[in-house]
Design a protein around this ligand. Structure first.
Ligand code: NAD
Length: 395
């Protein structure tokens, strides 16, 4: 089958197996080009391991620290007539590269919010890994089914107590336009916290702990974002911000539970990068386009893989340096004063007419396509390709 991109707004409904493989290989090559990480976690569970920050959190310990990894994700498998989702192909490519190095690498495809998947993970860790010394929580989802009562919660991105109006880019038309988002209701805030807050992270840690599969000195981390003031109303001070506050409070609770045996829980505030999750957030693609141009000019641009290499290399091998609120800050270069001041200046001027000149919108578009395995060097997109790739799933 010839697989071409089919874009619907902020999602591409097709993915290219060889392209995704090349994308994963590029990330592995980057990690291999860096020195190995001494004292890297050796047995890592990654919840949300198939794309974005979670995928990078699987690649880094495996290829910089020879770690065994168990990945959990929710992806569409392929059929003879329909390609899989990108995360499926990424995971297939990761597993075959990790296994070629003699590493344990298996995956669970299912709803991480369910008790069933947690129990499956505990069983598999017990049987194949013994215990895990690192747990990465990197889920990004628009919905969650509560395992206690079956209720479905939906997350939304809205301001609280105010109407947000800001510039955004229409990615299909490459036009800068205004977006207006009305204030969230109390119910929308509650539901977003239920989906993107820390409740499920804590349920995972509780399940792993009572299953006896957490190493005494386990490190667990969940990812957060702060970003520039121009997005605060809709992000940091909006519904998702409330969820991230809940994540921080949960981190403190988890830390109290695991620290008596030497365990540690952290929030890592990461940089804005192009992922399936961030592409869906209004304003962010335009911000990213402006930000990336400046960060590239300054020689400090990073993608998921560079960010997570820094997280594991600088913070997980000893005592991490934390900000005043106890968080790891690998968004430090994004938030540098000179970079943020420049972004604010450009932001005031940016319009459809000067979009390409003032920002790196074309790189944003290329990075977006790469998420689905399109636009990778050395891949023959005109050639017939078999959409079926298998993964060694734990079932
Ligand atoms: P992503 O969309 O690339 O990845 C989400 C992952 O979650 C995928 O592996 C997907 O399969 C998995 N997933 C979703 N629903 C699931 C379910 N029900 N069961 C099992 N797996 C499920 O997202 P991302 O951008 O890498 O985000 C990961 C975390 O990083 C989020 O907490 C996000 O807030 C944070 N973060 C992202 C950015 C950014 O710019 N993208 C910046 C800072 C922090």
């Amino acid at each position: 089958m010839i697989i071409s991109p089919k874009i619907r707004g902020f999602i591409c409904t097709t993915a290219h197996p060889e392209g995704c493989e090349a994308h994963v290989r590029d990330q592995i090559d980057y990690v291999r080009s860096q020195p190995p990480i001494e004292n890297c976690p050796k047995k890592v569970l990654i919840i949300g391991s198939s794309t974005g920050y979670g995928l990078a959190s699987r690649i880094v310990p495996a290829f910089a620290g020879e770690a065994d990894t168990l990945g959990v994700f929710f992806e569409r498998p392929p059929s003879e007539s329909k390609p899989a989702s990108a995360g499926w192909y990424n995971s297939a490519a990761f597993e075959s590269a990790a296994k070629a190095e003699g590493l344990y690498a298996r995956s669970i495809n299912g709803d991480a919010y369910s008790d069933e998947i947690k129990n499956l993970a505990v069983k598999e860790i017990k049987a194949s890994m013994g215990q895990v010394d690192c747990v990465v929580f990197s889920l990004a989802s628009p919905r969650r089914v509560d395992p206690e009562n079956g209720q479905v919660y939906k997350s939304c991105l809205k301001p609280i107590g105010t109407t947000y109006s800001q510039k955004t880019v229409n990615t299909d038309k490459a036009e800068v336009e205004e977006i207006v988002i009305e204030s969230a209701t109390e119910d929308e805030i509650t539901q977003t916290v239920k989906v993107m807050g820390g409740e499920d992270w804590e349920r995972w840690i509780d399940a792993l702990s009572s299953g006896g599969v957490l190493a005494p000195s386990v490190i667990t981390v969940a990812y957060s974002y702060i970003g520039p003031e121009l997005t605060w109303s809709v992000y940091k001070d909006g519904t998702i911000g409330q969820a991230k506050i809940h994540l921080q409070e949960t981190c403190e609770r988890i830390h109290e539970k695991i620290s008596p045996s030497g365990g540690r829980a952290y929030i890592s505030v990461n940089k804005a990068v192009v992922t399936q999750a961030s592409s869906a957030i209004p304003v962010v693609p335009l911000y990213i386009s402006v930000l990336f141009k400046k960060m590239k000019e300054e020689g400090v641009h990073e993608d998921c893989i560079e960010q997570i290499r820094r997280l594991f290399g600088d913070h997980f091998t000893g005592v991490p340096s934390l900000d005043g609120s106890g968080r790891i800050r690998i968004d430090d270069w994004e938030m540098r004063d000179d970079i943020q001041e420049h972004v604010a200046e450009v932001w005031a001027q940016i319009s459809t007419d000067n979009l390409k000149e003032l920002s790196d919108f074309s790189s944003y578009q290329k990075d977006f396509m790469k998420l689905f395995g399109f636009g990778l060097e050395g891949v023959d997109y005109g050639a017939d390709t078999d959409p079926v790739r298998s993964i060694d799933l734990v079932e």
